[in-house]
Design a protein around this ligand. Structure first.
Ligand code: HEM
Length: 511
């Protein structure tokens, strides 16, 4: 009898697990490549197959009840990418993305501190030059007619670390670039049985400690003044605004940099999808016509509206592209209250089953409950629905609620700006800086960035980055088109996205 079979039969003798379940598990184990590290098998492969993710309701209002919790709301097989012990280890730092509302401090304080580093008022003075330099380099004519996404990924970590810590080029060690790419590759493929997932997962494990110490040291450089223009980094704003609140330690900042691998990786997927929609061959006629129309007018002039024409166009792009499929929550096992304890525990099943609910984005954005014309590409639609600055008690009562689900409060930013981070009655954050309000569309029919208190902190930053990408495309008369390649490479460009790298760009004098 092999070692595994012996283990199985002795497990069967000690526990009441029926023989056929043990046999099924054995059969499953034989499907796992023999060269996989046993820890990887136990902590990644098996939990992956014991996880269920259910499709949740399409919300009518732009919020998710905290009963669907954010606390550790990621399938357990990915925790080894973040923590040495393969499981949530808060002593090593936590990310707001995986924190239940009840743990975030008063009125979502932790999220407000995170958000303070990426609010739209900061973009022009602090981040814009970094982003436009990146696009200028990427779209240089010498790279024309080459597969674009591999090229994008080769430069992407310069932008990533420049935004977070103010570092580019040779200031970013090879290991740091490698672990970033490995991390994103795991999230792009997700299937733990694939050799590519395995190798990249183990590479992250190998370089994890190095990365965390490096980030910690570079944050200290920002604190000590060693870093040039520290106020042009996200970490500087986190340090200033966390102060001694006890809600955003340096270790938390390190872990946030790991979270952001996943967050910002979605730019890659979104850029690829935008190029596909705008491409000369195979693009979408309605999107191309809308781009032409938007850019032929005063695309940066909002004229009293909450969003400029270019912002509206980018928002509509994100509604149709929806690079992020759903907001994932942990749920309580309702049977435990009926039967007095989890059934698996009672019958001695030695596996933890994990179940999650995903509140869907694309189908919510395309729901005919929210729009009369959900399938039409129409950037103007956001001028007819409320913004986060408009959702107050009166509006909530008008909708039929007795009160706002979230108290409306304000957090004064402490980094020298005249800015407050406020929230809508649905819990959605937005900034008011120098008396100007920068709201988001607070309507369930606009779902790509999630909902309410847990909505994406980087939404407006992302929209601003894509505005700059499109300004560049328009100004330089850039066109995208399919390349004639026999075997286009498959490239992991973002969360759940491995694409055929077969689109390139060029410039044409006549549009
Ligand atoms: C294409 C780009 C992006 C998309 C589509 C996107 C989408 C989302 C979505 C749907 C959520 C909500 C998840 C949930 O409720 O379960 C979220 C949360 C979050 N995003 Fe993004 N994101 C993007 C870029 C970014 C960027 C650039 C940043 C930071 C610079 C960022 C930071 C965050 C944070 C911190 C959260 C957690 C919010 C919370 O739990 O309160 N995201 N994102």
């Amino acid at each position: 009898m092999g070692e595994r079979a012996q283990e199985a039969s002795s497990a069967a003798a000690q526990s009441p697990i029926p023989e056929q379940i043990i046999t099924a598990i054995e059969r499953f184990r034989t499907a796992i490549p023999a060269n996989f590290d046993p820890n990887y098998v136990e902590k990644v492969v098996i939990p992956f197959f014991l996880t269920n993710i259910y499709e949740g309701e399409r919300p009518l209002l732009p919020m998710i009840d905290p009963n669907f919790s954010k606390e550790n709301a990621l399938p357990h097989d990915v925790f080894g990418l973040i923590y040495r012990d393969w499981k949530p280890t808060p002593e090593e730092g936590v990310m707001v993305f995986l924190q239940g509302l009840e743990k975030r401090g008063e009125n979502n304080l932790r999220k407000r501190i995170y958000f303070s580093a990426v609010t739209p008022d900061l973009y022009k003075p602090m981040y814009r030059a970094k982003v436009t330099a990146f696009f200028d380099k990427l779209l240089d004519q010498k790279f024309a007619d080459r597969p674009f996404m591999r090229h994008y990924l080769d430069h992407y970590f310069d932008l990533y670390w420049d935004l977070h810590l103010g570092l580019v080029g040779s200031d970013i060690p090879r290991e740091v670039r490698e672990i970033g790419e490995a991390f994103n590759t795991v999230f792009a493929y997700r299937d733990p049985l694939l050799p590519i997932t395995y190798h990249n997962y183990m590479k992250v494990r190998e370089l994890q400690d190095f990365l965390k110490s490096w980030i910690g040291e570079r944050i200290s450089d920002i604190q000590s003044g060693k870093t040039k223009n520290p106020e042009r980094t996200m970490a500087w704003h986190w340090l200033k605004n966390a102060q001694d609140s006890g809600h955003f330690s340096k270790k938390d900042m390190v872990v946030e940099c790991l979270h952001d691998f996943v967050a910002l990786s979605q730019w890659g997927n979104a850029i690829f999808r935008v190029m596909s929609l705008l491409s000369e061959d195979g693009g979408d006629q309605a999107v191309r016509a809308s781009f032409q129309k938007t850019m032929s007018g005063n695309f940066d002039t909002a004229g009293g509206a909450p969003f400029s024409p270019l912002e509206l166009f980018v928002m509509e792009l994100f509604r149709v592209i929806s690079p992020n499929g759903g907001s994932v929550s942990t749920i309580h096992d309702a049977r435990s209250s009926v039967h007095g304890g989890a059934l698996q525990q009672k019958v001695g099943l030695p596996f933890e089953r994990d179940s999650y609910v995903s509140t869907p984005h694309t189908s919510t954005s395309l729901d005919s409950i929210h729009w009369t014309d959900p399938n039409t590409f129409d950037p103007q639609r956001y001028l007819r629905v409320p913004t986060s600055a408009q959702i107050n008690d009166d509006k909530c009562r008008q909708i039929g609620l007795a009160r706002c689900p979230f108290d409306i409060t304000s957090f004064k930013v402490k980094d020298g700006r005249n800015a407050r981070i406020k929230n809508s009655g649905f819990g959605t954050l937005f900034v008011v800086a120098d008396e100007r309000s920068y709201p988001v569309c607070d309507y369930a029919g606009f779902a790509p960035f999630g909902f309410g208190y847990r909505r994406c902190a980087g939404e407006r930053l992302t929209i601003l980055v894509f505005e700059d990408f499109l300004r560049k495309v328009w100004r330089d008369k850039i066109v995208f088109r399919k390349l004639d390649l026999a075997n286009p490479a498959r490239v992991p460009v973002g969360l759940d996205a491995v694409i055929q790298d077969d689109i390139g760009f060029n410039r044409f004098p006549l549009r």
